[in-house]
Design a protein around this ligand. Structure first.
Ligand code: PBG
Length: 335
């Protein structure tokens, strides 16, 4: 009887050795996650004392500004460094040109000011795109054929960015995917004296089926006709994401984002390898819903699913993750 040949290394090398006990696994962990890795997206709505649960985003609500301030305090106390704000604009304030985005007293600006007032030590990231403000649910201005026009939209995005920066936003995050907007917004911020207001570019943002619950949350799903495929990226493309990132960095982005998250970790890893700049990922609403549905169906342990997916982002090279699980995960990790 001949025995199976050993590899040259075995049995001297047994990779299971370091996995044998919890202390050893902890000692050998290549990556760690903590509350400091999370940005927490929050949805703002009108009123006082208002909480509106979002049916397709189980466990996530829209909050009126006072509730947003309360969430900001919870986030700070849990060690989360930054919030990401999104408004649910009242229907009567939506228009084809989305001009409510430029109102210095719009929901976003009031939320920013209230947070800065009550919780000055937490960062605020604000989304720049017109979809929460347009009557048609697209991210920009439309021509007669319904096409989202690039350069005229960029002009509005500049004004939107300055409006948010004036209210106190710390990170401007253009999510619209117009060409040239990062450079244009950077130039305007500099000119207005907002030298330390950062830009986190949604650099590689895909036309994804995972955004459904978010569109419910900001109230644009029912309004949106068609899709966003002539500005958001084709899920078939990887190399093109590197071009998008290169352009946004050249135009002055301080950090870049890949979105959605889990289905696009290959993009995160390629961007990190190619540019070695701060890379963030957005674990988007549909991903959150998938994890919640999986846990509710008994297919997996919720807390374990949450922490494993968040660790995957760190392993792929992310500096941080935008996740609706931020507060829950932070509290789990804080013990
Ligand atoms: C708006 C925007 C979207 C998301 C973030 N900013 C939706 C879209 O592009 O249609 C999606 C976030 C999520 O699904 O959690 N431009």
């Amino acid at each position: 009887m001949s025995r199976a040949p050993h590899s040259a290394a075995y049995p001297a090398l047994r990779l299971r050795r370091t996995r044998a006990s919890a202390w050893s696994r902890s000692l050998h962990a290549e990556h760690r996650i903590g509350p400091q890795d999370f940005l927490w997206p929050l949805f703002v709505t009108e009123g006082t004392g208002v909480e509106e649960p979002i049916a397709s985003l189980l466990g996530v609500s829209r909050w009126s500004v006072d509730g947003i301030v309360a969430r900001a305090k919870e986030a700070r106390d849990a060690g989360i460094p930054c919030l990401a704000l999104f408004p649910n604009t009242q229907a009567e304030r939506r228009s084809d040109d989305g001009k409510e985005a430029l109102n210095p007293d719009n929901l976003m600006c009031r939320a920013i000011r209230a947070i800065k007032d009550a919780v000055p030590d937490i960062g605020i990231l604000t989304d720049v795109a017109l979809d929460p403000y347009t009557a048609h649910g697209q991210d920009g201005l439309l021509d007669a054929s319904g096409y989202v026009v690039n350069d005229a939209t960029v002009e509005v995005l500049i004004a939107q960015s300055l409006n948010q920066a004036a209210a106190g936003a710390d990170i401007i995050a253009p999510s619209d995917m117009m060409d040239g907007r990062v450079g244009a917004i950077r130039a305007a911020l500099e000119q207005d004296g907002h030298h330390n207001v950062q830009i986190m570019a949604y650099a590689a943002k895909y036309a994804s089926a995972f955004y459904g619950p978010f569109r419910d949350a900001v109230g644009s799903r029912g309004l949106l006709k068609g899709d966003k495929k002539n500005y958001q990226m084709d899920p078939a493309n990887g190399a093109e994401a590197l071009r998008e990132v290169a352009l946004d960095l050249a135009e002055g982005a301080d950090s870049v984002m890949v979105k959605p998250g889990l289905p696009y970790l290959d993009i995160v890893a390629r961007v990190k390898d190619a540019f070695d700049v701060p890379v963030f990922a957005y674990q988007v609403s549909g991903e959150y819903a998938m994890i919640e549905a999986s846990a509710a169906a008994g297919a997996g342990d919720r807390d374990a699913l949450v922490l494993e997916t968040l660790m995957a982002f760190k392993r792929a090279g992310c500096s941080g993750v935008l996740t609706y699980h931020a507060l829950h995960a932070a509290r789990l990790l804080n013990g």
